[in-house]
Write a protein that binds this ligand. Sequence first.
Ligand code: ES4
Ligand code: ZN
Length: 328
Amino acid sequence: GDILQLISVLPKAQLHLHIEGTLEPELMFELATRNGVLHKLPHKSLEEAQAAYNFHHLQSFLDLYYAGCAVLITKQDFYDLTWAYLKRAAADSVVHAEIFFDPQTHTGRDVPFATALQGISEALADAKTKLGLSSHLIMCFLRHLGPESAMTTLNEALPFKEHIKGVGLDSSELGFPPSLFQEVFELAAKEGFKVVAHAGEEGPAEYVWEAVNHLNVDRIDHGVKSIEDAALCAHLSKAQTPLTVCPLSNVKLKVYDGVLVEKLQVLLKQGMCITINSDDPAYFGGYVNANYAFLAQSLGLVAEEIYELHKNSFVASFLDDEIRAAHL
Ligand code: ES4
Ligand code: ZN
């Protein structure tokens, strides 16, 4: 009742959102039809696609997520995808969004870097003027393609630097530890990019340590496996390194059980900078408010804790301090 109302009206920042993961089945089929690529989709109908959104682990999701991206071809496709998300975000009282995109998912299909970047960026600019929603773009390297491909992608991004706030690291985690990407991230930081990385989603707490020590991250994406390492939790709390947690994603991908969720509340109480986010909402069954609501209901969060999480979303953002202060 009251808590759900509070969640829905609180202005919030969204810090962990893959734009490709906001591709709803309806738009996927619309774009496939428009581009004449229906045959490239793994499912024949919208209903069949939705029924397949039932995952056992990260990779079974990623296979479908990459397959769906085949419909994104023109600048207009990227614009339409991004604009649909931004309107949906505004309905959840999101006032600032830091959005991931995966350039290699597109350049690997011969869709130019500039096509994806410009389509997304134009929608972000329109969101600022038409929805009052500010944003930053973060480009993620696909860890399964390795550090050399990441380095090529970083160099491709340099001409578009003014549109890109930071770099991240996503895709299949196990077997691709953060330390592999140290050189790329050093160069990115030198170029002035903020630095984040998915770590401790499926991978162990050790990968979170690597993201901290080898990549010098400003935030950890997911990071829930940190809970298994008390020294790591103490470090993250002391350093106030934010975690961008995505509860419905973790449930859908079966990366943690109820016990871990409860520990999240303990860490929040201890002052760790935990934020709540939606990851790939079209696939995981809920946008950001649904993620807050799920956590609030499973942990019995009180209003004070909801305020704390909403405050953390701005504290952990890459907004300039003056603008950040106006949101707090
Ligand atoms: C992702 Cl949930 C998740 N984990 C890792 N990489 C990703 N890319 C898109 N969603
Ligand atoms: Zn993610």
